[in-house]
Design a protein around this ligand. Structure first.
Ligand SMILES: [Zn+2]
Length: 428
C-alpha cells in the first residue's frame, strides 16, 4: 500500500485521552474532545446527570451525547451533496442522529457482524443500486486480544496473521467489484497499546489514598476521572492524591492547555494521570495485560497512517501529523467544504496528487474507505505478506511492502494500533 500511496513515517498523533470513543470522534470531526464532547469511553455529564457508556446500544445511538457541536464526515458528506451517501460500520457515533442526519447505511458494533461480514456489508453498500461514496469501517482486533494477553503476546501475533488475511480479503473484494482503482483507502487506528505491570510498584491503588465512600470514578484505566460525592470533599480528595509517585493530579482548570481537555462540562473535576505502565486500581480492579489511554505524547500510544488511491501520490511520505487532520483530508478527497475543525491540510496535502481542472466532477464519484483496527508494526507483516501473495498471483497491486521490518516482541517494537470492545467497557 505504501508504494502505491503514502504514509506517515513516524505514525500520527492522536488526542488525549488515547481511548476509542474520543479518538474515533476526533478522526471523524477533526475536533479535540473538549470541542466535540466525547471525552471518554465512559463519561459523566452533570447537565444530564447521567453517565455515558460508549458500547451500550442506547448510549451509542443517543444524539444528546454526540450532537454536541461536532460534525462527523458522514454528515458533512450527505449534507453538502444530495448524491452522496455515507455508510458507517461499527464506528462510534454512527448510530446517532447528528445535525439532523443519520448515515444512509449503518450498522452497530453490537450487531455482532464478524470482521468478514463487516467487509461484505460495506462492499454491498458500495455496489448497491444507490451506492455509498464514503465508508467507515471499524474492527475491534487486535485491541481486544492485546488487552487480554498484552501487546507482545503470541495471541496478538496470531491475531495479526488473521488481520493480514482480512486486509487481503478487503483488497481482493474491492478489485473483484471494480472498486479498487476508484477508491481512496485510508488505513489508520485510534491508539497504540502498552503493557501493564502487575506489581506493587506499578499499581496506583486508590484505596490506599481515598475513602471509597467519598468519590466515584467514571474512568480509571489508566487515567482516572474522579468525582467527589460532595463538593466539600473535593479539597481533601485532591490533597490525598497529590504526590503519589509516577502520577500527576489536576483540577480541571489546571489541566495543561496542550491536552485540549479542559473546556467541556464532561471533563471530570479531578484527573489523575499515571505514567506509562502504571495503572489505577480501586476496589480490587482486575489486572489486564495491555492498555492504552496514556498521554498522547507517548510514542506507544500513537496510531499509524497509510493511504492509497487515485488521489494519493505513489510513494509519498511525511513524518507525522495529527489525527485531527484526517477530517479535512477526507473532505478534500470528497470535494467537500469542511465544517469548523482543529485540523489542517498543511502536512497531509503533501500526500495528495495535484488536482486536474475537472477534478471536482471526478470527485463526485470518488469513494473513500477508512479502516480502523489494525496495528502499526504489525501491519508491516500484514503488508509484506500481502505483497508476496499478490506477487504470486501477479496481481495489479504491484507492491505492498514496507521499508522497515517488523520486530516482534522487541523493546523498540512499533506500537499496537487498534481498538476493541472488552468485557470491562472502559478498556477500549
Ligand atoms: Zn482498547
Amino acid at each position: 500500500m505504501i508504494s502505491d500511496g503514502g504514509w506517515a513515517v513516524k505514525g500520527i498523533k492522536n488526542v488525549f485521552l488515547t481511548k476509542t470513543f474520543p479518538n474515533h470522534f476526533s478522526i471523524a470531526t477533526g475536533l479535540y474532545e473538549e470541542s466535540h464532547g466525547i471525552v471518554g469511553n465512559v463519561m459523566f455529564d452533570p447537565l444530564f446527570n447521567a453517565t455515558f457508556h460508549g458500547w451500550l446500544p442506547n448510549d451509542g445511538a443517543n444524539s444528546s451525547w454526540f450532537d454536541d457541536g461536532g460534525e462527523p464526515i458522514w454528515v458533512t458528506n450527505q449534507k453538502q451533496n444530495m448524491l452522496h451517501r455515507s455508510g458507517v460500520m461499527a464506528w462510534p457515533g454512527g448510530m446517532a442522529t447528528i445535525k439532523g442526519f443519520l448515515p444512509y447505511r449503518k450498522a452497530a458494533q453490537q450487531d455482532g457482524f464478524s470482521d468478514k461480514q463487516k467487509v461484505d456489508n460495506v462492499i454491498e453498500w458500495f455496489t448497491d443500486e444507490y451506492p455509498i461514496n464514503l465508508g467507515l469501517l471499524y474492527f475491534d482486533e487486535p485491541d481486544h486480544t492485546g488487552h487480554a494477553f498484552g501487546p507482545d503476546s503470541e495471541q496478538v501475533l496470531q491475531k495479526i496473521f488473521e488481520l493480514d488475511e482480512l486486509l487481503g480479503y478487503i483488497l481482493d473484494e474491492l478489485e473483484e467489484h471494480n472498486l479498487l482503482d476508484h477508491t481512496n483507502i485510508i488505513l489508520t487506528s485510534d491508539h497504540g497499546m502498552t503493557s501493564l505491570l502487575n506489581d506493587t510498584e506499578h499499581i496506583v491503588d486508590l484505596d490506599r489514598y481515598l475513602d471509597f465512600s467519598t468519590y466515584f470514578v467514571t474512568s480509571k484505566s489508566p487515567v482516572a476521572a474522579i468525582y467527589p460525592n460532595k463538593e466539600e470533599l473535593a479539597e481533601e480528595i485532591y490533597k490525598n492524591l497529590t504526590g503519589i509517585p509516577h502520577t500527576k493530579v489536576y483540577w480541571r482548570k489546571d489541566i495543561p492547555a496542550g491536552y485540549h481537555y479542559k473546556n467541556n462540562r464532561r471533563i471530570p473535576p479531578i484527573l489523575l494521570e499515571p505514567e506509562e505502565h502504571y495503572w489505577v486500581r480501586y476496589n480490587q480492579t482486575a489486572y489486564i495485560a495491555g492498555q492504552h489511554g496514556y498521554n498522547n505524547s507517548l510514542q506507544s500510544m500513537h496510531p499509524f497512517f497509510i493511504a492509497m488511491g487515485p488521489d494519493f501520490k505513489k510513494g509519498a511520505k511525511v513524518d507525522s501529523f495529527s489525527n485531527l487532520d484526517i477530517y479535512p483530508l477526507m473532505c478534500a478527497l470528497l470535494r467537500l467544504k469542511p465544517a469548523p475543525n482543529n485540523g489542517s491540510l498543511e502536512i497531509v496535502s503533501e500526500l495528495l496528487e495535484e488536482r486536474s481542472s475537472d477534478s471536482a466532477t471526478f470527485g463526485a464519484y470518488l469513494i473513500i474507505l477508512v479502516f480502523i483496527g489494525l496495528v502499526g508494526g504489525v501491519f508491516s507483516v500484514a503488508a509484506c505478506q500481502i505483497h508476496r501473495r499478490y506477487k504470486r498471483r501477479q496481481r495489479r497491486v504491484s507492491s505492498l511492502s514496507l521499508p522497515h521490518t517488523f520486530h516482534y516482541a522487541k523493546s523498540d517494537r512499533m506500537p499496537l494500533m487498534s481498538d476493541g470492545t472488552d468485557e470491562d467497557d472502559e478498556d477500549f
